[in-house]
Design a protein around this ligand. Structure first.
Ligand code: GAF
Length: 388
């Protein structure tokens, strides 16, 4: 099934023709994601369980032989951004264009024959909502280039290239989860990701068959991973691993946690406790899905939120209130998803309770003087692919 992205491909193709005055060579899509559990574990070489959203970035692309990269976005200001691929350098491209341009730069940094192209992008992934809108832009360009320029990298390597573009070209020190989710997810499944080996396993996640729905409530509090807080957390984790003599916090077993915490400075204790217990929550979540009990994910989600709020310190008043109101209204579990400092909350609900939970969160926001959240529904959807 082609979900909404496939349905949009004809329009994106027509828009490309109007903007670039020629036919594209193809149309590709790459989705945003929600992460079910496993937050702030990826840069600790740990585990995560994301799933792709139906909302995707769609790109119509055609190669150029003159070394120019001509970028247009339906969400942009209407102008075409024209860049010379040979001149691409970190820090030189502002705004949304740094994500597609960064991928072309990252491919060339690897010595790959990535030349120019005309691109038209149209993304349905909400921006600043913690749903990986930037990874979707990167990954749609990565899969298009993989095919058009015959790069032969394969999925996990494409995700690495996209991550490198975001780290080194756009200046955001993210881990690899969002890019892996965008390129490797499969319809009907969550993705069990080992961020060290990049091994993945598709874990069937049949919400509808179990009478469940997964709500996404975007608090509309914009988060920005480049603002320093994310980098500081990452640095804290790396420092803790160093002090413990470990390659990464992934190498600390839950059974050894108490002993390890007693050897760390007080400010690193909650960070380490979150990362180690969060890896454990991923394993518990996967076991519950494997047992055919997706409703049993609920308590794992809510416990994960408490850890992000109390130990990792990446929640905020709006995400805490959304979780609290959703659970009070009967959600099986809820948590913030993504990097935090705002963004979205996911809530696992019985299908018949979806409207009530959404209304309860909206009412709680009104009572607290917050703007109304935007509601979406998460359905485990396909990863990046050609759609036209
Ligand atoms: C953001 C980052 F981009 C990811 O790599 C990950 O660290 C996540 O925050 C937190 O789990 O989405």
């Amino acid at each position: 099934m082609n979900t909404r992205a496939g349905g949009r491909s004809e329009r994106v193709r027509r828009d490309f023709e109007r903007i670039h005055g020629r036919a594209p060579e193809g149309v590709w899509a790459a989705p945003g994601r929600v992460n079910l559990i496993g937050e702030h574990t990826d840069y600790n070489d740990g585990f995560a369980l994301p799933m792709a959203l139906p909302q995707a970035a769609v790109a119509a692309v055609g190669r150029r032989t003159d070394g120019l990269l001509r970028l247009h976005s339906a969400q942009g200001d209407g102008r075409v951004t024209e860049l010379r691929v040979a001149d691409l350098a970190p820090g030189t491209v502002p705004g949304w264009a740094r994500y597609p341009a960064g991928v072309v730069w990252a491919l060339r940094e690897r010595g790959l024959a990535a030349g120019g192209a005309d691109l038209h992008l149209d993304s349905a992934v909400p921006t600043g909502a913690g749903l990986s809108s930037s990874a979707a832009l990167e990954c749609v360009v990565a899969v298009a280039y993989e095919e058009l320029y015959g790069l032969g990298l394969g999925r996990p390597e494409l995700a690495r290239v996209a991550q490198y573009a975001e780290n080194a070209f756009a200046g955001v020190p993210c881990g690899v989860m969002d890019q892996m989710a965008s390129v490797c997810c499969a319809e009907g499944s969550a993705l069990h990701l080992d961020s060290r080996s990049l091994e993945v396993r598709q874990v069937p996640f049949d919400l509808g068959g179990h009478g469940l729905r997964l709500l996404v409530l975007d608090t509309r509090v914009k988060h920005d991973l480049a603002d320093g807080a994310y980098a500081a957390l990452r640095a804290g984790c790396e420092r803790a691993a160093g002090l413990l003599g470990l390659p990464a916090l992934r190498d600390l077993a839950e059974a050894e946690l108490d002993g390890a915490l007693s050897r760390l400075p007080a400010e690193l204790v909650p960070l380490v406790r979150h990362v180690v217990t969060e890896n454990g929550r991923v394993e518990r979540a996967v076991a519950r899905l494997a047992d055919g009990r997706p409703e049993a994910l609920g308590p794992v989600l809510t416990e994960g939120h408490a850890s992000l709020r109390d130990d990792y310190g990446v929640s905020c008043a709006e995400t805490d209130l959304a979780v609290e109101a959703a659970v009070a209204a009967g959600a099986l579990g809820a948590r913030m998803t993504g990097g935090g400092f705002g963004g979205s909350v996911i809530a696992l609900v019985r299908a018949g309770e979806a409207a009530r939970v959404t209304a309860a969160v909206t009412q709680a926001f009104t009572a607290a003087g917050f703007g109304a959240p935007a509601a979406l529904e998460a359905v485990p959807s396909a990863g990046a692919r050609r759609v036209g």
